[in-house]
Design a binder for this molecule. Structure first.
Ligand code: F0G
Length: 350
């Protein structure tokens, strides 16, 4: 049968009742791609969960359908979020499809071009503020607490409920949990959601063991690693440019309960992994997503991830969202006369 969306597939694990409307852009069911080259290089069995193939190109859709369904069920007409880009694109798409007013607050100048284009295209009301994501989220929390507007950031528990299905899909594909789950950490909702999903599947007897959760923050925005908030977080991975994660405690809980870790990766490590992923596996993910592979490379090197183990790295967003980063680091194509002679001369030089 054709894919019917997450709500249909995992209904019994979700907060769905007879009053919950069916909300879907056919999110989920993303591929678990087995590595063909990096597995060998690293000496592990590596898989990529490519969340960039969701309808708006990121894992946010996995939680947004659920948050929007509950907002409609509760009679809400307006949804709002702060965003480094992906949440706003996702909220805007579902908001458009189900006739909700969608308001998004973004840090001016720090949202990748493709994400901004998406929010505009889906018709969201976009407010760019002078400030960072943390400032935007504080404003959204205050406004939604005092107005009849539904907050759809991952502080909304329904977002977590939807996103936990990523763990279900991995297990349904592999037949058990992996040894390690590598995941980028920004506002810390996704690591919280995956851990919840694995625990629920464990309780349901679907897996024999729980994975160790390996979270990775960008070094310039690594409050959980450092144990202190960052006033001015900075990283090339703008999606995770966050200095005071909303689900900080829950991320620590996932780390500790799973016997895992949350570590920092530098922008250099992120960019190396970003390019490597495309060069060696044919996968184009955005820089923040590459933080999970950067972390795997680092952790295998220092023995934190054991050789021979089964590792799933979550690739949270599509590389097409952020063409600027790619173009900045790429060698530009040369322009030559359109003659057989000059084309042959060029390709024979290689
Ligand atoms: N990867 C990408 C591509 C993201 O967009 C985000 C978060 C994360 C990783 C981190 O996930 O916040 O659950 O720890 N993006 C949010 C946004 C903040 O506004 O789109 P997290």
């Amino acid at each position: 049968m054709a894919w019917q969306g997450i709500m249909n597939k995992y209904k019994k694990y979700l907060p769905v009742n007879e009053n919950t409307p069916e909300v879907s852009l056919f999110e989920g069911n993303t591929p678990l791609i087995k590595s063909v080259n990096l597995s060998k290089e690293l000496g592990i069995e590596l898989y990529f969960k490519f969340e960039g193939l969701n309808p708006t190109g990121s894992f946010k859709d996995r939680g947004m359908f659920m948050a929007v369904a509950k907002a409609i069920e509760e009679g809400s007409k307006t949804i709002m979020c702060a965003s480094t880009g992906n949440t706003s694109a996702s909220a805007a798409a579902y908001g458009a499809r189900y006739g909700l007013r969608t308001i998004v607050l973004i840090p001016d100048g720090y949202v990748a071009m493709g994400k901004l284009a998406q929010a505009l295209q889906y018709g969201a009301e976009i407010v760019a503020i002078e400030g960072n994501f943390d400032d935007a989220l504080n404003l959204v929390k205050e406004i939604t607490a005092t107005h009849p507007i539904t907050l759809v950031n991952s502080l909304n528990p329904y977002r977590i409920e939807g996103q936990k299905t990523g763990a279900f899909e991995i297990v349904d594909d592999l037949g058990d949990a992996p040894d390690y789950l590598a995941i980028p950490v920004g506002n810390a909702g996704n690591i919280t959601a995956y851990w919840k999903g694995f625990k629920e599947y464990h309780k349901a007897g679907k897996i024999s063991k729980l994975p160790k959760m390996k979270g990775y923050q960008a070094k310039g925005a690594s409050p959980i690693v450092e144990g202190k908030t960052f006033e001015n977080p900075e990283t090339i991975a703008t999606a995770i440019r966050i200095g005071n994660p909303a689900s900080w405690d829950k991320a620590i809980n996932a780390r500790d309960e799973s016997n895992g870790s949350i570590k920092a990766v530098t922008d250099e490590e992120i960019l190396y992994a970003y390019k490597k992923l495309s060069d060696k596996e044919g996968i184009f993910a955005e820089p923040a997503s590459a933080a999970s592979l950067a972390g795997v490379i680092q952790s295998v090197k220092n023995g934190d991830i054991k050789k021979g183990s089964k590792v799933v790295a979550i690739l949270t967003g599509n590389g097409l969202k952020d063409p600027d980063t790619c173009l900045d680091i790429a060698e530009k194509p040369v322009s030559i006369p359109g003659t057989l002679e000059s084309v042959l001369e060029l390709i024979e030089k290689k």
